[in-house]
Design a protein around this ligand. Structure first.
Ligand SMILES: *[C@@H]1O[C@H](CO)[C@@H](O)[C@H](O)[C@H]1NC(C)=O
Length: 216
């Protein structure tokens, strides 16, 4: 009986804390989708399809504005999730936001995952296609270079990149629950534990560093 009372009190407290923090989410963000979209467009205007320069332009610009929160070290790692395969460079990771360059030089296709965060996919090079099932949905959604694909928190789609495609991907909301999706394919398919370890080391290091700086 007593255990149940404690459990009840714990669940109530935890829910209250969660609803409070969830309502305050906006105050934890240091990036904005508008700012990132115009930065992506500036970078493409400056460097076109020289994607290496586009990426370093973006990282340097963000580093000037937010030196403590930006990782300039391009620690590229593979990422397998939802059946799709690509690679990423983690620019920022904290409890409520992540910012990465994600893409592949040869194309891929998969399930977006259903996430506890809003996802903004700024296409830096190539084109992304997406499909949401529905009674009036028979045409692909097309996201060309310079556009943004906004996947809302809780939504899900099929997506595809026919050939080389790289994007600046920004997620805001609750990041830790998304990591399960990012890791699942390692256990069910790739068994690439070296990549899992590298990804965890970089993500963990950035999350802890940001927490230490008071950035949730
Ligand atoms: C990049 O290359 C694609 C395909 O060749 C082309 O359609 C596009 O206009 C190029 N973008 C820029 C900014 O030069």
């Amino acid at each position: 009986m007593r255990t149940l009372t404690y459990l009840g009190a714990f669940v109530a407290l935890f829910s209250a804390l969660f609803y409070y923090l969830d309502s305050q989410l906006d105050s934890f963000y240091i990036f904005s989708p508008q700012q990132l979209h115009s930065l992506a467009i500036d970078a493409i205007e400056a460097h076109g399809n020289d994607t290496a320069s586009v990426v370093s332009y973006i990282a340097k610009d963000l580093h000037e504005k937010l030196p403590l929160h930006i990782n300039l070290d391009e620690e590229w790692v593979f990422n397998n999730a939802g059946g799709a395969m690509g690679a990423m460079y983690i620019i920022h990771a904290s409890i409520t936001e992540y910012l990465i360059i994600f893409g592949t030089a040869i194309g891929t296709e998969g399930h977006t995952g259903r996430h506890t965060a809003d996802d903004y996919f700024h296409i830096l090079r190539g084109t992304q296609l997406a499909y949401t099932p529905g009674p009036n949905s028979y045409e692909p959604e097309i996201y060309p270079q310079g556009s943004v694909h906004h996947l809302r928190r809780g939504d899900v789609k099929q997506y595809k990149m026919d050939e080389a495609c790289f994007a600046l991907e920004y997620a805001r909301g609750w990041i830790p629950p998304m990591l399960g999706f990012g890791y699942a394919d390692t256990f069910s398919s790739t068994l690439d534990f070296w990549t899992l370890w590298r990804t965890t080391a970089v993500t963990g290091r950035e999350m802890v560093r940001n927490l230490w700086l008071g950035k949730l």
